[in-house]
Design a binder for this molecule. Sequence first.
Ligand SMILES: [Mn+2]
Length: 349
Amino acid sequence: MTNNEKKKHIKEAELKDFKAKIKAKIENSNQVFITTHKNPDLDAIASALGVSLIAKKLKKKNYIIMDDSIDNINTGVLSIIDAISNDFEIITTAMYNEIKSNNDILFITDANKSNLVSCESYLQDFKSIIIIDHHNQDSKTIKTFNKFIYPGSSSASELVTAILEAFKINYGTAIANYLLAGIILDTNSFRSETSTSQTLTIVNTLLDKGANRKYADTLIDKTFATEVKVNDLIRPTSFYNYRVAICCGSNEEKISPEIIAKAADKLKEFADISCVVGRLDDNTISVSARSNGKIDVSKVMQLLGGGGDTFRGATKIKGETTDEVQKKLIKILKPSYYIEEKELKDEKD
Ligand SMILES: [Mn+2]
């Protein structure tokens, strides 16, 4: 395999096959539903909108299912939802329940695990489930033959843009901006190892459609207040062997998952692997982890009940303190763990 091939995740033939498959599935369905992960970010909403465009092109009635309450949705995603509300239909699972038929299909973007999507308890309703995602698969991955999953890819937005191109769908500046924002967010402004030559080719396509890097950037929460919170959170970070950065937030103070994720992104610039632990609510601790690829961070998060891909991972842990979670992380990230894979399994028992 040449270096250039290695940096391309989607093969032309696979894209062509997938396009033919979903075209047939959409055409043979009654209605198309689209969902993404709970607490949607820019990549989630942009990729879901992209799939909606495909269904529209094939003249099929389609809806995006989203159960998150407005107060939990971040400002960038909220401004997109406001802007598109006349052209796309976003519904809750309760509304889905009213309109479902026995010949509907479901697309899931930016997630592949049942526990991450709002319509988890309705998955058996659908005639087909089609997943478009860039996260690793594990035991919770929804079982379906219709998967377009490339864990080495930057984002669901990158994958969906490639599919939109395959369908030769014409879309305007707004959607191009949202997809670009999804890619910028998930690559931490092209700093991540997952931003490949293919990512940049896709970005070119979006720029040709009128996307504007500066505008896309404004959708990403970069307020001064956020920056201060991220900096406060990472102050007590400790560095361990093999350039491991572990940051343990306060056990008393609640902090948003976005801040925890941003802190992990920021710390990764100074380490091979970064893990940030913070309290989400009275009962839940959240961990975000990032890696430059030397260590598969999804394996680390799996040991704590979570998942992700080589470069990004996360988990939520109930009934523990931030300190207890930090101690577990320190233990897991001992260099010996990566010398003896076996030890990983032993520790888990
Ligand atoms: Mn994503």
